[in-house]
Design a protein around this ligand. Structure first.
Ligand code: IPM
Ligand code: MG
Length: 379
């Protein structure tokens, strides 16, 4: 037993040192890219697995259509990035192959199709690896259901919490297992700042800070305290503490839920509650997800890669609505607001108009994209 304890203590020292270094790097700050004022902006598109390449190709086509003038003038480039496939990732034994990562880092913003994450084994999720490698610390997930008065935006901390050491816990077989949750000052400050800035810039008056600080006293206690510190810079915005358990209940509480506006929360709670919120909107396939950092941003479809559709030869009938929603978020992020609004409007129209059944008889992915472009042109 003692040997296990010694080994765990030794590795714990390493973990603390490493995490402290990470916090100090964050504190030193990164250069913040101003996407609205760049001479040239590169949009990387990576297809991923399963239906990913099919829907991403259509999204690329729509983006190229919307940004045609800027592409012709050389101000914007859409660049296809290969290699983020399960075959290649398995072959090299890396969540993101080195050359693919290099190609991603040469872009400014990225549109990403779904990637397969194998159960078990040691291959890390490409998603989690990309968030870490590009330091995409804010996972922004809007959910809106106008007829129910719901207009929410979740700011999920995306780089630490329960995820950062998720595969580096300790175990004494047959006896116990421990995982670690890490909350840093700098990591919390930057997500809190992002949430309050969003609130300020969008006329919101309330930010819900969602934790379980009554139980996770150190980490969530810090998260809440730092969010309040940041809130002091935003006098017109109310910062309210909520516990995650009652918040999950309140999202389905019709008398309460329409009063929430912006949420800021640690990684795992954010992961869970944004699925709940997306379901209220109509399912996880209807949501868009932005992963935003100071230098890079990645926008993704949040559904899976649907390998069965490919096996059954129905890939061409995949619905590109979620990745197109992500493309609209990308356009907004790079300050192409007019184009983003056009795409959002066209998407709402086409979602109603086209019959996407996922099989022959329904509309194809390419037909959906054609309809979106035709609708944009008619707006
Ligand atoms: C999400 C997903 C990911 C996460 C998985 C695929 C690692 O559930 O984006 O919400 O847990 O963050
Ligand atoms: Mg999730």
């Amino acid at each position: 037993m003692n040997a296990y304890i010694d080994k765990a203590v030794e590795s714990f020292r390493e973990l603390i040192t490493e995490q402290l270094e990470r916090q100090n790097r964050m504190e030193a700050g990164a250069e913040v890219k101003d996407f609205a004022h760049m001479d040239k902006l590169v949009i990387g598109a990576c297809g991923g697995d399963g239906i990913g390449p099919i829907i991403t190709k259509e999204a690329e086509r729509v983006l190229a259509f919307l940004l045609k003038d800027e592409i012709e003038a050389g101000r914007v480039e859409i660049r296809s990035i290969d290699g983020l496939t399960i075959e290649k990732r398995t072959e090299v034994g890396k969540a993101i192959p080195d050359d693919t990562l290099e190609a991603l880092k040469a872009c400014d913003v990225i549109l990403k199709g779904p990637t397969t994450t194998p159960h078990g084994g040691s291959l890390e999720s490409a998603n989690v690896a990309m968030r870490r490698e590009l330091d995409l610390y804010a996972n922004v997930r809007p959910v809106s259901v106008p007829e129910l008065g719901i207009d929410w935006v979740f700011y999920r901390e995306n780089s630490e919490g329960e995820y950062v050491l998720g595969s580096r816990g300790v175990e004494i077989p047959g006896k116990l297992a421990m995982d670690f949750k890490v909350t840093t000052d700098a990591g919390t400050r930057r997500i809190a700042r992002a949430a309050f800035e969003y609130a300020k810039n969008n006329g919101k008056t309330n930010v819900a800070i969602v934790t379980k600080a009554n139980i996770m006293k150190k980490t969530d206690g810090k998260f809440s305290a730092i969010c309040h510190e940041i809130a002091a810079d935003y006098p017109g915005i109310e910062a309210e503490d909520w516990y995650i358990d009652i918040m999950t209940a309140n999202l389905v509480n019709e008398a309460r839920r329409s009063q929430f506006q912006v949420f800021v929360l640690p990684n795992l709670y954010g992961d869970i509650i944004t699925d709940e919120a997306a379901q209220i909107q109509g399912g996880v396939g209807t949501a868009g997800s932005a992963n935003v950092g100071d230098r890079y941003a990645m926008f993704e479809a949040i559904h899976g890669s649907a390998p069965r559709m490919i096996e059954m030869g129905r890939g061409d009938y995949a619905n590109p609505a979620s990745i197109l929603k992500a493309a609209a978020m990308l356009l907004r992020h790079i300050a192409r607001v007019e184009e983003a609004e056009k795409l959002e409007k066209a998407l709402a129209i086409c979602n109603d108009k086209l019959n996407m059944t996922g099989r022959p008889g329904g509309a194809t992915c390419a037909e959906f994209a054609d309809a979106v472009m035709a609708t944009v042109a008619s707006l």
